[in-house]
Design a protein around this ligand. Structure first.
Ligand code: PLP
Length: 354
């Protein structure tokens, strides 16, 4: 039986994407060859790469606005250092909203001065700081739009004259934003876009200035841009599967349509968390993520009963991250309302039984 998959990443993808991807492994485009054995320079794969890049821009509403798309490797974690390597000349600002922001800060410090404009570390990152000042003269300001581990999400983005760089790994393509506010958006594919192995980087080309530093080719955005994301062998299968997922999203009505579904799913689980006395939400209410809901049992002695019920209900992947504990329900685009309903029913059953 197919499970209800609430895994934080790698995550659930639509069933039709799994099916089409499997077919391509056996016989890609009726070519008599597997997607896994064709040249990345072949006409068929170049078409995949071109369509994936164009469709990502189209879905984000960034066509004709000076942006280019790359599919790179090394995960969002490599972007932590690539961003700083390519853009940090004197000083950069970072908003520290969790584990991933902290890791980005650590890498950036290898390249220059890092100013932490604000942090929510004082409360184990259960909120998004507000009312902080952003110094003038930053090379860029770095943000993490959705904090996968803690279950918080930035709703209002700060404005500043410096380019905004945003790690959107866990909420890319999930909600409508004015994406043209950002200089670089990056995301490890495996949270909401595709399988592990590809990293989406959307760059506004004019933010790339000359910098007093030698950048190794593989880490240089300009090199990858000049080769249309084909400087070296791209992650062929991950790009193809991401394309299938982007096509699925477009056919559903794009980000506008999926955002409505994501909001319904989030409303359903958060109302259960708030109404059921056995559960308590972790993240501050105003900053709750529509993608990752984090919560704890108020009666820890019910843990084994609850976990047994989850298992019997076919629920997978709801354990919280070790730095928060408790539970985390990740509700990425492909997770159905029905799956969230099943989880919520189990939570209310627990209340009846307890
Ligand atoms: C998972 C995650 C990362 C790390 O991604 P990798 O692709 O594993 O390097 C970075 N940022 C956020 C917000 C994440 O959720």
């Amino acid at each position: 039986m197919k499970k209800h998959n609430f895994s934080a990443g790698p995550c659930i993808l639509p069933q039709e994407v799994f099916e089409k991807a499997s077919q391509a492994v056996l016989n890609f485009n009726d070519s008599g060859l597997s997607i896994l054995e064709i040249s990345h320079r072949s006409k068929d794969f170049v078409a995949v790469m071109d369509e994936a890049r164009a469709l990502a821009l189209e879905l984000l509403g960034l066509e004709g606005k000076g942006y280019k798309v790359l599919f790179l490797q090394g995960g969002a974690s490599t972007q932590f250092l690539m961003v700083a390597n390519n853009l940090l000349q004197s000083k950069a600002g970072y908003l520290n909203t969790g584990t991933w922001s902290s890791k980005a800060i650590k890498e950036a410090k290898l390249y220059g001065e890092v100013i932490e404009v604000a942090s929510s570390k004082d409360a184990n990152f259960n909120y998004i700081p507000t009312g902080y000042e952003i110094p003038e003269g930053l090379d860029y300001l770095h943000l993490t739009s959705n904090n996968t581990i803690f279950g918080t999400q930035i709703k209002d983005f700060p404005t500043t004259s410096a380019p905004l760089i945003c790690d959107m790994s866990s909420d890319i393509f999930s909600r409508q934003l004015d994406f043209s506010k950002f200089g670089i958006i990056y995301a490890g594919a495996q949270k909401n876009m595709g399988p592990a192995g590809a990293t989406l980087v959307v760059i506004k080309e004019d933010i790339l200035k000359e910098i007093d530093r030698k950048i190794p080719s593989m880490l240089d955005y300009k090199v990858h841009l000049s080769k249309d994301s084909m400087f070296n062998t791209p992650p062929v299968f991950a790009v193809y599967t991401s394309l299938l997922n982007l096509q699925w999203l477009k056919a559903k009505g794009g980000i506008e349509a999926i955002e409505k579904e994501n909001e319904k799913k989030a409303t359903l689980i958060y109302s259960e968390i708030d109404l059921n006395p056995l559960f308590k939400g972790f993240a501050s209410e105003k900053d709750r993520s529509t993608m990752n809901a984090t919560f704890n049992l108020t009666k820890p002695e019910l843990e084994s009963t609850f976990e047994k019920m989850l298992k019997e209900g076919g629920i997978n992947g709801t354990n919280g991250h070790r730095s928060v504990g408790g539970y985390r329900a990740s509700m990425y685009n492909a997770l159905s309302m029905e799956s969230v309903g099943t989880l919520v029913d189990i939570m209310s059953d627990l209340e009846r039984k307890a």
